[in-house]
Design a protein around this ligand. Structure first.
Ligand code: DAH
Length: 357
């Protein structure tokens, strides 16, 4: 015990002068390992008389904690240094010449979102945005989605770590932006919300990250006729088919009442789908009159205001419109694919210019 101070400065020196993780680990073993110096001193306590043992034991425990803390701190600082060195070394060299492409292409997802915004924008709707990381209240509760709804289950939704009550989610749809808009503004509302959404799913038609466009239109006298007019015009403009058959099928969503699913006419031939007049139907979006509970959850007087909402998958629309068979190819960053399916930078979608190439 007489040499405690000397040992302490020896070990602290070793910790502070270690420049790599292996040396630091060696110091840890020398001090605290099974055959380490502090461990040996701890064992020596057994042979002391009780008073001396108590004093020495306390001093040793404090010493042990100090050394452990110093070892941990040094380790963290070494790891930080290593990461910083790596970040400096691997910096992207923006002075490198660009890839030998004559011109870049616009990704079909961006193009399709631009087209949707052009059509709905012309109807008087403006783009709204919200966070990708949402809380349970905005993503589910405020939208009238009950606690036992299957969408809330772990295998469908990406939950961030945290206690069950307060944990955040990667938003499973763009509908929470309805809530944010209504909470923070005064009616009337005419918004569209393009954005990324996330669900635990992966196959030819589902990906864990995908895009949706949400619409919300609330005013004093907005009714189902407006909803139908808006959706029919939208589908016809997007697919560029003037007499495209559009059908509303009764459905259920917690956030709308009544709710409907929308199908458009198509022809299926040898596994290919052609949008237009035909004897078959293809489901393209969900919609309905906003449930009064949702309005009330946002502090909007549901006896005065009413309106409609809709939501659709951008990938699905892009696949249908541009004949892209596999959803997974959207995210493979394959330049050959982008050259084939991508759009010219100058091909800015507008209703006047014609949306259908
Ligand atoms: N949020 C729904 C989904 O992700 C889509 C949707 C359906 C949105 C109907 C709406 C709606 O606003 O009225 O499946």
């Amino acid at each position: 015990m007489d040499n405690l101070d000397i040992l302490k400065s020896e070990l602290m020196n070793a910790v502070n002068s270690a420049t790599d993780l292996a040396t630091l680990e060696q110091t840890r073993v020398t001090a605290l390992g099974k055959k380490g110096k502090i461990t040996a001193m701890m064992k020596g306590l057994g042979g002391m008389d009780p008073d001396a043992r108590r004093t020495a034991g306390q001093a040793l425990n404090i010493f042990k904690d100090e050394i452990s803390t110093a070892l941990d701190a040094r380790k963290v600082s070494m790891e930080d240094d290593a990461l910083n060195a790596q970040l400096t070394e691997q910096r992207v060299d923006i002075s490198l010449p660009v890839r030998p492409e004559e011109e870049g292409r616009i990704h079909p997802i961006s193009q399709t979102i631009d087209e949707m915004v052009a059509i709905l924008g012309e109807m008087g709707m403006t783009v709204a945005e919200g966070p990708n990381i949402e809380d349970d209240w905005h993503n589910f509760t405020a939208l009238n989605i009950p606690l036992d709804h299957p969408a809330r289950q772990e295998h469908d939704t990406f939950y961030l770590p945290g206690d069950v009550e307060n944990r955040k989610v990667l938003r499973t749809h763009t509908s929470p932006v309805q809530i944010r808009t209504m909470m923070n503004n005064k009616p009337p509302f005419r918004i569209i919300v393009p954005g990324r959404t996330y669900r635990c799913d992966y196959d030819a038609t589902h990906s864990p990250m995908f895009h949706q466009v949400e619409g919300l239109w609330i005013d004093e006298k907005t009714h189902m006729g407006h909803l139908k007019g808006c959706i029919i015009e939208f589908c016809r403009a997007l697919f560029g088919v003037e007499d495209l058959p559009v059908r509303f099928r009764p459905s259920y969503f917690p956030f709308t009442e009544p709710s409907a699913e929308v199908d458009i006419g198509c022809i299926r031939e040898n596994g290919q789908i052609r949008i237009g007049r035909g004897d078959d139907w293809m489901e393209v979006l969900g919609c309905g009159m906003v449930n009064p509970n949702v309005l009330e959850n946002c502090g909007i007087d549901s006896t005065k205001y009413q309106g409609f909402a809709f939501g659709m998958g951008v990938e699905r629309m892009a696949m249908l419109k541009y004949g892209i068979p596999d959803l997974r190819t959207f995210y493979e960053s394959d330049l050959r694919w982008l050259r084939h399916y991508g759009f010219s930078v100058l091909d800015v979608p507008s209703m006047v210019g014609g949306l259908n190439r």
